[in-house]
Ligand binder design. Structure first.
Ligand code: FAD
Length: 560
C-alpha cells in the first residue's frame, strides 16, 4: 500500500435535485443503500477504483448509529481483555491509517486509566497495555506509561484519590463520527459517487431473479424513482434485517441491536479538557469512558439488549443512573447530579448475532452476506474499521463486475486518499473570526475551513456566533446547505454542526438565526420554514434527559 496521501479536492456532495435526476436516468455499477460510515466507506472505495457508484440514505447521512457512537477511533482496550486480539490488531492499524488520512478529524488523545485495585490489578493492566501497544505494532503516537498516584492527581485533580494506587496513560483517537461520515462521502463524491439523502429504498427491481435496481422514495418531494444498478449493497446497520427479507425471502435475522447511551456534561464539571479517562462502572465493573468532545464531556457508554423501535432509540432513567453512579463515585467532590447533564444520546450497535452470548460479549467483527438475489449486505464492525469493511465488500463487487465484462477496476486505493482535504490550507486571517472559531473550523473541516471563512468576504454577518459559549458560526450553516446537502434544520444542526448534541436548549435558541439563512439557501416559503422548525423541535427531544421536562418546555417554545 502506498504511504503517500493524495489530497482530494472535496468540493461537496453536489446538488440534491441534480443527483436525484441522475439516479433516475443513469445506470450504475453499484448502488449502496445506507449513508452511515459503512456505506460512505463503500462508496469511496468503489468510486476511487473507477466504479460508477450511487448511494441513497433513507434519512440524513449519519443519522443512524454513525452519529451516536463514543466518537473514538481506537484499537479497543476492552477487546484485549476479551481476548479479541484480531479485532484490536485490525482496529489499531486503522487508527494509525486514519490519523494519516484525516489528521484534522482523527486526533490522538491521552486516556488516563486510574488503578484502585492494588498490585494485582496494576500488573494485569500493565500487561494488557503492553499487549495493546504491541498489537498496534508499536505504531501508536505514544506508548503507554505508568503514573504514580501524585501524577494521576496532577493530571485530573477532581478524580478521587481514595484507594488510588497510581495509573497509566495510553493513547487512542477521538473524532466526530457524523462529520467523518460526511467527509468520507464528500471525498467519494469528488471521485464521482452520486449521493442523495432522505431517499429510502422501498423495494427491489429484478431481472431474471437477480436484483437489478431499487425503488426509492424521495422523502423531501414525496415522489418515487427507480434506480438501475448492476449490483446492490445494503450497508443499513441495524436496519439490515428489515431490508434483507425484501430481497431474499426467508432471509433470517443476522443482527442483534445493543443500545449504548452517552451523557453530555459541561467540560468544567468533571473534565480536564485535554485528557480522556477510562473508568469502571460501579454496578458491573464494565469499562466506561469520559471523553472531552467539542468543549463538552461525553460519558459512556451503556451496553444493553434492545428490542424497541430502531428509529431514534431513547435513553432511560436507568441508563442515566448507571452512568451517573460511575462518575459520582469517581468525582465525589464535584457533587454531580442529573441536573448537570446537558443532553443524552442513545445509539444501536449493529452487532452480528451470536446466540448465547451477552451483547457485551458479542464480537465486534463484521460479516458480509451474499443473498441468492445478488444482494450483498454487511453487518457488524466499527466506525474505526470502516475502510477494511469497505474493501471487503468492494472486492466482491469488483469481482462481479469483472465477470460481467467491466474492465479496468483497480485494487483498493483508500489507504492513500486524504479524507475531506487536508490541514494545509490555513483559515484566512479574518479579524471577525476569533481564534477559538478558527481552531474549531480547522479541526472539523480541515482544508475546507477556508471555504467557510471565504463566505465572510461578501457577508461579514456570517461570522456571527450561533450560540453563546460555543465557537459555531453562521457561515457553517450556509456551507452545510451549499456543500453538504443539509436540506433540513435537523440535517444542519444535528449531523453537521452537532449543536443539538452539545446543548439541546441552545440549539433551539439559535433557530431565529439559522432558519432565515436556510430559507434563503434552500428557497423555503414561510410555511415550509415553520414546518422545518416543528420537525426539528421534535427531533431535538431525543436528546432530552429522561425524567426531566422536554427541551422545548425548559426553553419556552421559541418562534421566529
Ligand atoms: P448506520 O450508521 O446505522 O448507517 C446505516 C444507515 O442505513 C442509516 O443511516 C439508515 O438510515 C440507513 N438505511 C436503513 N434502511 C434504509 C433504506 N431502506 N434505504 C436507505 N437507507 C437506509 N465504533 C467505533 O469504532 N468507535 C466507537 O467509539 C464506537 N462507539 C460506539 C458507541 C455506541 C453507543 C454505539 C451504538 C456504537 C459505537 N461504535 C463505535 C460502533 C459504530 O458506531 C458503528 O459500528 C457504526 O457507526 C455503524 O455504521 P453503519 O454505517 O453500519 O450503520
Amino acid at each position: 500500500m502506498s504511504t503517500m496521501v493524495a489530497p482530494v479536492h472535496a468540493a461537496g456532495l453536489g446538488n440534491r435535485a441534480h443527483n436525484l435526476a441522475r439516479l433516475a436516468t443513469e445506470q450504475f455499477d453499484v448502488l449502496v443503500i445506507g449513508g452511515g460510515i459503512t456505506g460512505a466507506g463503500i462508496a469511496l472505495d468503489a468510486a476511487s477504483r473507477g466504479i460508477k457508484v450511487a448511494l441513497v440514505e433513507r434519512n440524513d447521512f449519519a443519522s443512524g448509529t454513525s452519529s451516536r457512537s463514543s466518537k473514538l477511533v481506537h484499537g479497543g482496550l476492552r477487546y484485549v481483555a476479551e481476548y479479541q486480539f484480531r479485532v484490536t490488531r485490525e482496529a489499531s492499524e486503522e487508527r494509525y491509517q486514519l490519523q494519516r488520512l484525516a489528521p484534522h478529524l482523527v486526533r490522538s488523545v491521552p486516556f488516563l486509566l486510574p488503578v484502585y485495585g492494588g498490585f494485582k490489578e496494576t500488573t494485569k493492566l500493565s500487561a494488557g497495555l503492553w499487549l495493546y501497544d504491541i498489537l498496534a505494532t508499536l505504531r501508536n503516537t505514544h506508548l503507554h506509561r505508568r503514573l504514580s498516584p501524585t501524577q494521576v492527581h496532577d493530571m485530573v485533580p477532581s478524580l478521587t484519590t481514595e484507594g488510588l494506587d497510581g495509573g497509566f496513560v495510553y493513547y487512542d483517537c477521538r473524532t466526530d463520527d457524523a462529520r467523518l461520515t460526511i467527509e468520507v462521502l464528500k471525498t467519494a463524491a469528488a471521485f464521482g459517487a452520486v449521493v442523495v439523502n432522505h431517499a429510502q429504498v422501498e423495494d427491489f427491481m429484478r431481472s431474471r431473479d437477480q436484483i437489478a435496481g431499487v425503488g426509492v422514495r424521495d422523502h423531501i418531494r414525496g415522489t418515487s424513482i427507480e434506480v438501475r444498478a448492476h449490483t446492490v449493497v445494503a450497508a443499513t446497520g441495524v436496519w439490515i434485517d428489515t431490508l434483507r427479507p425484501k430481497a431474499d425471502r426467508g432471509a433470517l435475522p443476522v443482527t442483534r441491536p445493543a443500545k449504548g447511551v452517552h451523557l453530555v456534561l459541561p467540560e468544567q464539571r468533571i473534565g480536564n479538557g485535554d485528557v480522556a479517562m477510562t473508568l469502571q462502572t460501579s454496578r458491573d465493573h464494565r469499562i466506561t469512558f469520559v471523553i472531552p468532545w467539542m468543549g463538552r464531556t461525553l460519558v459512556g457508554t451503556t451496553d444493553t439488549e434492545y428490542e424497541g423501535r430502531l428509529d431514534q432509540p431513547r435513553a432511560t432513567v436507568d441508563d442515566v443512573d448507571y452512568l451517573m453512579e460511575a462518575i459520582v463515585r469517581a468525582f465525589p467532590e464535584r457533587h454531580l447530579s442529573a441536573a448537570d447533564i446537558l443532553t443524552v444520546q442513545a445509539g444501536l450497535r449493529p452487532l452480528v448475532n451470536d446466540p448465547g452470548a451477552s451483547t457485551t460479549g458479542i464480537s465486534r467483527e463484521d460479516r458480509v452476506f451474499e443473498g441468492e438475489s445478488g444482494l450483498i449486505s454487511i453487518a457488524g464492525g466499527k466506525l474505526t474499521t470502516y475502510r477494511r469493511m469497505a474493501r471487503k465488500v468492494v472486492d466482491i463487487v469488483a469481482r462481479r463486475l469483472g465477470t460481467a465484462g467491466v474492465d479496468g477496476i483497480g485494487p483498493c486505493r483508500t489507504g492513500s486518499i486524504a479524507i475531506g482535504g487536508t490541514m494545509d490550507d490555513p483559515v484566512p486571517a479574518i479579524g471577525t473570526l476569533g481564534e477559538e472559531t478558527q481552531a474549531h473550523l480547522l479541526h472539523l473541516y480541515g482544508g475546507q475551513a477556508s471555504t467557510i471563512a471565504s463566505l465572510l468576504g461578501d457577508h461579514p454577518n456570517l461570522a456571527a456566533r450561533l450560540v453563546p459559549g460555543l465557537p459555531h458560526v453562521a457561515s457553517q450553516v450556509v456551507y452545510a446547505a451549499r456543500w453538504e446537502m443539509g436540506v433540513t434544520v435537523s440535517d444542519v444542526l444535528i449531523r453537521r454542526l452537532r449543536l443539538a448534541n452539545l446543548d439541546g436548549g441552545l440549539a433551539l435558541g439559535c433557530l431565529h438565526l439559522v432558519v432565515p439563512l436556510l430559507a434563503q439557501e434552500l428557497g423555503w416559503s414561510a410555511s415550509e420554514a415553520t414546518a422545518q422548525m416543528d420537525n426539528y423541535r421534535e427531533e431535538v427531544e431525543q436528546f432530552a434527559v429522561p425524567g426531566r421536562a422536554s427541551i422545548a418546555a425548559s426553553q419556552g417554545q421559541e418562534s421566529l
